[in-house]
Design a protein around this ligand. Structure first.
Ligand SMILES: [Zn+2]
Length: 441
């Protein structure tokens, strides 16, 4: 019927997102009961149609829709099936039509499984919750247009039992207790892709880190009581220095504050959300293999969160850059230099199969370690070719010009050429488009 829906247009996350509209703002009012993992809520999506259409497809998995209303056009009917809420209008509306779609929903949220990508989304902990949505988990907890390039602002109200601390990927405005519950109010005023939205809930204490003379960005850590003091000081405690270092190299921190959540449960891998990153207790360690991840997730605030890919094939624009930031922090903190890391990882990659194309690794390899390391090596090759001043000029102006927006690899190559005034397409193509590992310049 109709054949009107433009399906999700990103082959890395098939079945997610609808190109017929964009969401400008999400207003979420949620209530959560941790003892039974029951979530209910109302989501108001401020929507603008991108093309003429009489239907919108909203992503929402595992949760039951209780009611849908539309302001700005007459609703004909709605149907929720297979993770897709179809909102059908009585008449076609032109591109540029502003609508408000309100969805009431409830249920037991859980992760979404995708072929090649594993599980992502709302995840219960021993006594709490994390949401780790990259790349396809956002519809596990709120109705959304789950496209990496559909950024919106957010206001969230979240009611949970007293005794838990709740965090969102944005600023906490207030927490008001009423009886046995606390309602937390959050917002994110900088455009955010759905996968970067998160809720974190646990029995945490908060540590505020001194931001020092150069920085005014508040940096806080939510963590279980009783973490090892020395390990904390050597890892999360160094974030103000890391932020100062990255601020000098990449430009000012792009959001209002930065928060890390350290769960009591061990986590296999940490994950970035917008203005917030999630780690496990196991990452609180002075070992470089853990400290580098603290730097990595912080660097994603510039590369991945402020400046976000238009489609997932360009994931190296997130992971290669964040990996390179690890090497930069290593050098800045008196450990191995970026040159030494580059030589080390180049030699390692040279011994691995040369069957990955950095600029389009495919969904099954999008988080392959070679994307991270070869992406970082690509940046190092660029740096060696154009020199430090030009290189860091490329990175900082990249963030300045594209923060809040979506980018492609071609955008980056064009940007690097423009800023440096050099012909770089040939050099970068060898690193990005061909499977063979080029020599480091
Ligand atoms: Zn990363």
């Amino acid at each position: 019927m109709g054949g009107d829906i433009v399906p999700g247009t990103d082959p890395y996350v098939p079945g997610h997102g609808d190109a017929a509209y964009g969401v400008d703002h999400y207003d979420l009012a949620l209530t959560y009961r941790p003892s039974s993992n029951q979530l209910r809520g109302e989501a108001r999506l401020a929507v603008t149609t991108r093309r003429e259409t009489d239907r919108l497809r909203v992503d929402l998995h595992h949760l039951a829709v209780r009611g849908v209303t539309v302001e700005g056009a007459a609703l004909a009917r709605d149907a929720h099936k297979g993770g897709h809420l179809s909102v059908v209008l009585r008449e076609r509306v032109p591109a540029g039509t502003v609508l408000t779609v309100t969805v009431r929903y409830a249920g037991t949220p859980r992760t979404i499984r995708a072929r090649h990508l594993g599980d992502a989304g709302w995840e219960e902990l021993e006594d709490g919750v994390i949401v780790a949505s990259q790349p396809h988990g956002a519809p596990s907890w709120f109705p959304c247009n789950d496209r990496v390039d559909d950024k919106a602002t957010y206001a969230v109200s979240f009611t949970a039992p007293a005794g838990y601390v709740v965090a969102f990927s944005g600023e906490t405005r207030c927490a008001k207790r009423r009886g046995a519950s606390v309602t937390w109010q959050f917002d994110q005023t900088h455009p955010m892709a759905p996968y970067l939205a998160t809720i974190q809930l646990g029995r945490y204490v908060e540590t505020r880190l001194a931001t020092g003379a150069a920085g005014t960005t508040p940096i806080t850590v939510l963590h279980p009581a009783g973490l090892d003091r020395d390990a904390f000081a050597a890892s999360f405690g160094r974030q103000p220095e890391m932020m100062r270092c990255f601020g000098e190299l990449f430009g000012a921190y792009p959001f209002d504050g930065y928060r890390t959540v350290v769960t009591d449960d061990p986590l296999e891998i940490p994950l970035e959300s917008q203005s917030l990153s999630t780690f496990g207790r196991n990452h609180c360690s002075a070992e470089w293999e853990e400290v580098r991840l603290v730097a990595h997730e912080l660097a994603h605030q510039w590369f991945g969160n402020a400046v976000t890919v238009r489609s997932w094939r360009d994931i190296w624009l997130h992971e290669g850059f964040a990996c390179y930031a690890e090497w930069l922090w290593s050098e800045a903190s008196g450990l191995s230099t970026a040159d030494e890391w580059a030589a080390h990882h180049h030699a390692r990659l040279a011994g691995l199969p040369q069957d990955l194309v950095l600029g389009d690794p495919g969904p099954e390899l999008m988080f392959d370690d070679r994307v991270y390391k070869r992406g970082a090596l690509t940046l190092h090759a660029l740096r060696r070719t154009v020199g430090d001043d030009a290189f860091f000029g490329v990175l900082s102006s990249w963030v300045r010009e594209h923060a809040g927006g979506s980018v492609t690899t071609a955008d980056f190559v064009g940007h690097a050429e423009r800023v440096t005034g050099s012909e770089l397409a040939g050099l970068l193509a060898a690193w990005i488009d061909a499977p063979e590992l080029p020599p480091l310049p």
